[in-house]
Design a protein around this ligand. Structure first.
Ligand code: UD1
Ligand code: CA
Length: 460
């Protein structure tokens, strides 16, 4: 491509009444990212700089949610139309000369190849305006493309279209490339003398034609330019996105037992030969290694997992790190700050939180390990509890290498257990234990001879 300088403006100021939501429309999510993040990410991948998001309805929340270094924001206080919205971005593009990509915050399925094809066409044809269109069965509600052969003469909105124009099935997708700063000058001449009394961005097409500039349209697949206006469309778009994500993973060597029932966010990465069973949710920045098995009903958010992990049914994990060869669950709960060095076993009904377990340590059943520093090859018996909280403050339990913890033990933190010691079953440990010791802290058993025979009522 000959032109090197691209900027992007993403329109996201509209209200989205049909979502019937307190949340601004562009913050509703598909595949783990808000709607407006998809065109933003796309613009970044294409190399646009700057990227300006025009916000209005719920501006503060949108800003807060999408805030990052690569984005600048322009405020459209009143939503006076798409043309007005683009003008609001002009101050942020004062010094920009080149091709301006205009995307919509509620069109998440657009693909990079499509935009690159439009930009290539725009450059090759030396166009001032290029746009994406689609031919649809039911064009109701969309702007119609009025053509004279190849040339696009104008875009007419549904409410302004004549009966004849309403028959046109080629619609405006609302995605454009413009030459800047020309587009801003031309927008000054666009008025709001139309059925909706809005400043229509679409009027730029007729304006370009009046000035003898070139306008080009690229016809694309309807699905890709689908705009989200209600929650039915939100679910449809989410399903398409899911399918794309899952197909890519399968082509890259991941087995999805039932791809229609895996919910994997766009940023998640999974190594080859990992098997993902149905009804698994992999969210956020989760990274999973090779050769893992993720059983049904597992929910993993923002975790890093090594190779050959076996995550059994019903386990829930967040913000945790696992080395290689770990076995988790069924029904385990790894809460934020759990770090397992490798070859660890965390069994059924075990909960961990802010706990570092070195290589080979395991807790197989019914245990809570919170605020704990645990060495290598520590074995937790069934029903171990770190009592980390006194109602006001949290305290740390430290357990050194090779400690064996009997069943039903409580560690009342802060407490430190020396290496290679053994904690007797049923103990409530309140004092530090030296290395290599046996610690028992439970009341001594007393047997009263004959008591039961005398006192227990025998069953008839
Ligand atoms: C617009 C197009 C129409 C096209 C359709 C595709 C115009 C006049 N019409 O119609 O030709 O077929 O998109 O979906 O452009 N927005 C703002 N500020 C505003 C108005 C809108 O930021 O003042 C944003 C919205 O948040 C949305 C986008 O612009 O992201 C499109 O707005 P929308 O109201 O959906 O446009 P339509 O009137 O449906
Ligand atoms: Ca729309």
């Amino acid at each position: 491509m000959t032109r090197q300088s691209w900027a992007a403006v993403i329109l996201a100021a509209g209200q989205g009444t049909r979502m019937k939501s307190d949340l601004p429309k562009v913050l509703h999510e598909i595949a783990g990212a808000p709607l407006a993040a998809w065109p933003t990410t796309l613009s970044r991948k294409i190399g646009c700089d700057p990227i300006v998001l025009v916000v209005g309805h719920g501006a503060d929340r949108v800003r807060q949610r999408l805030d990052n270094e690569q984005l600048s924001f322009a405020l459209q206080e009143e939503q006076l139309g798409t043309g007005h919205a683009l003008l609001c971005a002009e101050p942020a593009l004062q010094d920009f000369r080149g091709t301006l990509l205009l995307l919509c915050g509620d069109v998440p399925l657009l693909q990079q190849e499509t935009i690159e094809a439009m930009l290539a066409m725009h450059a090759a044809e030396q166009a001032s305006v290029s746009l994406l269109t689609a031919v649809v069965d039911d064009p109701t509600g969309y702007g119609r493309i009025v053509r004279d052969g190849e040339a696009v003469q104008a875009i007419v909105e549904q409410k302004d279209a004549t009966a004849e124009q309403q028959q046109i099935c080629e619609i405006n997708a609302g995605i454009y490339a413009f030459e800047a700063p020309w587009v801003f000058e031309a927008l000054q001449s666009v008025g709001n003398d139309n059925a909706q009394q809005e400043y229509y961005l679409t009027d730029i097409v007729a304006a370009a034609n009046r000035e003898g500039k070139t306008v080009r349209a690229l016809v694309v697949d309807e699905e890709e330019v689908m705009g989200i206006n209600d929650r039915v469309q939100l679910a449809e778009a989410a399903a398409v996105m899911r399918q794309r994500i899952n197909e890519k993973l399968m082509r890259d060597g991941v087995t999805l037992i039932d791809p229609d029932n895996c919910y994997i966010d766009g940023e998640v990465s999974i190594g080859t030969d990992t098997i993902v069973h149905p009804n698994v949710h992999l969210r956020g920045t989760t990274r999973i290694g090779a050769g893992c098995i993720i059983e049904p009903g597992v929910v993993i958010t923002d975790c890093t997992i090594g190779d050959r992990a076996h995550i059994k049914s019903g386990s829930v994990m967040a913000e945790s790190t696992l080395g290689d060869d770990c076995a988790i669950g069924p029904m385990a709960h790894l809460r934020p700050g759990t770090n397992l060095a490798g070859s660890n076993k965390i069994g059924n009904f075990v909960e961990t939180k802010k706990a570092n377990l070195d290589i080979g340590s395991q807790a197989s059943h019914l245990t809570y390990i919170g605020d704990a520093e645990v060495g290598k090859n520590v074995n937790f018996g069934c029903g171990t509890i770190t009592c980390n909280y006194d109602g006001a403050n949290k305290f740390v339990t430290t357990i050194e290498d090779d400690v064996f913890v009997g069943s039903d033990v409580q560690f009342v933190a802060p407490v430190k257990i020396g290496r290679n010691s053994l904690i007797g079953a049923g103990s409530t440990i309140t004092k530090d234990v030296p290395p290599d010791a046996l610690a028992i802290a439970r009341s001594v058993q007393k047997n009263v001879e004959g008591w039961a025979k005398k006192n227990k009522k025998s069953k008839k």
